[in-house]
Design a protein around this ligand. Structure first.
Ligand code: BGC
Length: 743
């Protein structure tokens, strides 16, 4: 970027820009305004100047809930509203979305992340960025990368193989960068394979910038820089929040001492000036908070997942008494803790909303409390009203403080007193619906077998009370779907043996088998699968057709029909999974999400859905070939209503593609012989090198391949019984190249 060497004064000016002025501002200079950076991913979370609280803002449903809508456009509308509030409050960059993969449901920031699946996380994340930026506010995608836990989050090294890194942990970021051009990316606190991300040149420069084409600025998570000069060299532009003077001195000393190119400093400063020119704008008009509250209600209603329903829901608006039980109905837990939490402008409680929606007598009992002394009496009262009611609605959840940035969750179980209360309520009234109020998933087994209906309402934001009442009464037909599997037991979760690690390292031993990829691979039963969610109507799928097999364009296009065969209007989230041919060793996930959408249908109506599966979805990361590789073979396109409710199937075939294998003397005998181009060339060259035939005989003997196929070929070089050596290998590669093959 830089051509002339800067003067010392210029360098001082550039270096001054590279760390923050304070917790939420960058530093200005003649060519750049100071920018205001503010959290958050479910509503503006801007600190008041005296740190006594946060600027009032619409608290939208937690990110986990936004993703459960499976509705990219709706998420973009929510994000645009957050962007408008950010503009009105004078923020230039919003520190969100948070798109890390939910590796373990114990992760304390699970409420803030979208999914266990990178395809879904990437699409929802891109929608969020597009929405925020449409309001003239830059979005900062975080936390790049592999920041999947809170335990020791500021030092821990995520030990992860390249394939899992690419396929699981980086690909959502890759998609967001490529499709939504975020203003900023935030480098996370943790280390990846031993190197602090803020100082990892391969991640920040080689992958993020050079490979993916990211043109924005890279900011550190707050306090994540360990060595400022090393971080700059790696590609990190802005260290937040500072300290500015020390950082500037270190940078200038490194340039003076010849340890750092001046051009690196200039390039980073220029990127920050560009950021300020693009996104620094005067505060906008006040946002319409009334309209935003309505949007918060809509988003929450669209996020609610009906996990189970034995015809108990929807509740009729007239009829016998309804018992509403649970402190969370009166005092809902609406968002997770930490930097993401917003100061809501108002609060709809489920209790008030149900009272308003139902033309029936509604009795309330808190049922449980945080004060141990009150527990017994509260439970007795709740059981009494449940027994006297036509139906009971019990609100359960781990409660305030259970989920936050800064620490991981202690358990996936609901509090014991709540489960005891539920058992007592069920004993007197089996017509009981449970509403869950939580961010990361909670275990539902075995008790969910006994309830009449189970509703996952997430941390629903300030409009959640109204949304819950709308769904319970059928004003809104539920259409949310799980973005994370609910397992039967914590011990079933793929990351269980190695979460959260110890000794400063966390081994990602499950590799790519995260979430449903892991449960499917192990053929493990789950409580509710990824993608699951019911409706008050039923949908049928038929007539799948591959309308483009992708042979020419690469994109596979399938069409199918979704029919609403029930009695009421509703929205169905259709899901397309890709299932590769099962190969020996089963090193690929059984299926991976490759497309989804939401279709609204009146009772009795149908829609023809067109889904495109992009070439990249067929690919796997190949370590040896250091790139995305498509294996030749048959792939099944599965169309369904969840990862374990596949309704239609179609097949397409693919030819092999991807970078050629780089064979060298350290490659194994098997790699040489099984290479489609070089293998046959090696046999031909062996015959020419050794007319007696023993080299060719040796190489084509199947027993040799079985026994020593994994030997690096160079270890056979000194054996006089064959002609194997560098010359023969070079000839074979050359011969393969002449024939137009790989090598
Ligand atoms: C969090 C980030 C947040 C930043 C600024 C950090 O502790 O990890 O998500 O954006 O603080 O508040």
């Amino acid at each position: 970027m830089t051509e002339s060497t800067p003067t010392e004064a210029e360098l001082v000016r550039h270096a001054a820009l590279l760390s923050g002025a304070d917790m939420s501002h960058t530093r200005p200079d003649d060519d750049a305004r100071a920018l205001t950076l503010s959290d958050g991913p479910n509503g503006l979370a801007m600190n008041l100047p005296d740190w006594s609280g946060k600027v009032p803002a619409t608290c939208f449903p937690a990110p986990v809930a936004l993703a459960a809508t499976w509705d990219v456009d709706l998420v973009a509308r929510v994000a645009a509203a957050i962007g408008r509030e950010a503009r009105a409050a004078g923020a230039d960059v919003l520190l969100g979305p948070s798109i890390n993969i939910k590796r373990s449901p114990l992760g304390g920031r699970g409420f803030e992340y979208y999914s266990e699946d990178p395809f879904l996380s990437g699409r929802i994340g891109a929608g969020f960025v597009t929405g925020v930026q449409s309001a003239g506010v830059g979005a900062c995608v975080k936390h790049f990368a592999v920041n999947s836990q809170e335990t020791d989050r500021m030092r821990v090294s995520a030990e992860v193989g390249e394939r899992a890194l690419r396929e699981i942990y980086l690909s959502a970021f890759e998609h967001v960068v490529a499709s939504a051009s975020p203003a900023m990316v935030m480098a996370s606190y943790n280390r990846v394979n031993g190197t602090y991300v803020t100082q990892d040149r391969r991640l920040l420069t080689e992958i993020l910038r050079d490979e993916w084409g990211f043109e924005g600025a890279i900011v550190s998570d707050w306090g994540a820089v360990d060595d400022r000069v090393e971080a700059l060299r790696a590609g990190l532009d802005l260290a937040m929040p500072g300290p500015a003077d020390a950082s500037r001195r270190q940078i200038l000393a490194a340039v003076a001492g010849g340890d750092l190119e001046a051009s690196v400093v200039v390039d980073s400063a220029e990127r920050l000036r560009r950021l300020a020119r693009t996104w620094g704008a005067p505060a906008g008009r006040p946002a319409d908070l009334e309209e935003h509250h309505e949007l918060a209600v809509t988003a929450s209603a669209a996020s609610i997942v009906l996990l189970k329903n034995d015809d108990l829901l929807p509740l009729r608006t007239t009829g016998g008494p309804v018992a509403v039980i649970g402190e969370l109905a009166r005092t809902p837990h609406i968002q997770g803790g930490g930097s993401a939490s917003a100061s809501a402008t108002r609060l709809d409680t489920p209790l008030a909303a149900l009272r308003a929606a139902l033309d029936r007598s509604v009795e309330f009992s808190a049922g449980y409390s945080c004060e141990p002394t009150e527990r017994e009496a509260l439970a007795d009262e709740a059981v009494r009203i449940a027994g006297e009611s036509d139906v009971a609605v019990v609100f359960l959840g781990p409660g305030e403080g259970s989920e936050s940035e800064g620490y991981d969750r202690a358990s996936l179980e609901l509090p014991l007193d709540q489960l005891t209360l539920l058992a007592r309520v069920l004993a007197v009234n089996p017509r009981t619906a449970v509403v869950l109020d939580n961010g990361g998933i909670v275990l539902t087994s075995p008790w969910s077998a006994d309830v009449g209906a189970l509703v996952e309402a997430w941390l629903p934001g300030q409009g959640g009370g109204t949304a819950i009442a709308q769904v319970l009464t059928g004003v809104v037909n539920p259409s949310g779907r799980l973005t994370e599997t609910i397992p039967l037991r914590l011990a079933d979760t793929p990351a269980f043996p190695s979460f959260p690690g110890d000794g400063g390292r966390v081994f990602h031993g499950e590799g790519v088998f995260v979430g449903y990829r892991g449960y499917d691979h192990a053929e493990r039963d789950v409580a509710f699968p990824f993608g699951h969610g019911l409706s008050y109507t039923r949908f049928a799928y038929d007539d799948v057709e591959v309308v483009d097999d992708g042979e020419r364009s690469g994109d596979v296009v399938v069409e199918f029909t979704v029919r609403n065969v029930g009695a009421v209007a509703g929205a169905e989230v259709w899901q397309v999974y890709l299932k590769p041919e099962r190969r020996e060793g089963g090193d690929r996930p059984v299926r991976t999400l490759a497309g989804f959408g939401k279709v609204e249908l009146d009772a009795g109506s149908a829609a023809r859905v067109r889904a495109t599966v992009l070439p990249r979805e067929f690919a796997r990361w190949d370590d040896r070939r250091d790139g995305w590789v498509v294996d030749a073979g048959t792939y099944t396109i599965e169309v369904g209503a969840s990862s374990r409710d596949i309704r239609l199937q179609a097949e397409v075939s693919r030819v092999a593609s991807g970078p050629a294998t780089t064979l060298n003397a350290r490659s194994t005998l098997r790699e040489w012989l099984t290479d489609p181009a070089v293998g046959p060339a090696l046999l031909r060259s062996a015959a020419a090198f050794d007319p007696g035939g023993s080299t060719r005989g040796f190489l084509s003997n199947p027993v040799i391949l079985t026994m020593i196929g994994d030997l690096p070929i160079e270890r056979l070089f000194d054996d006089p019984s064959t002609a194997l050596g560098p010359e023969l290998l070079a000839t074979a590669v050359e011969e393969a190249r002449r024939q137009g093959g790989a090598g």
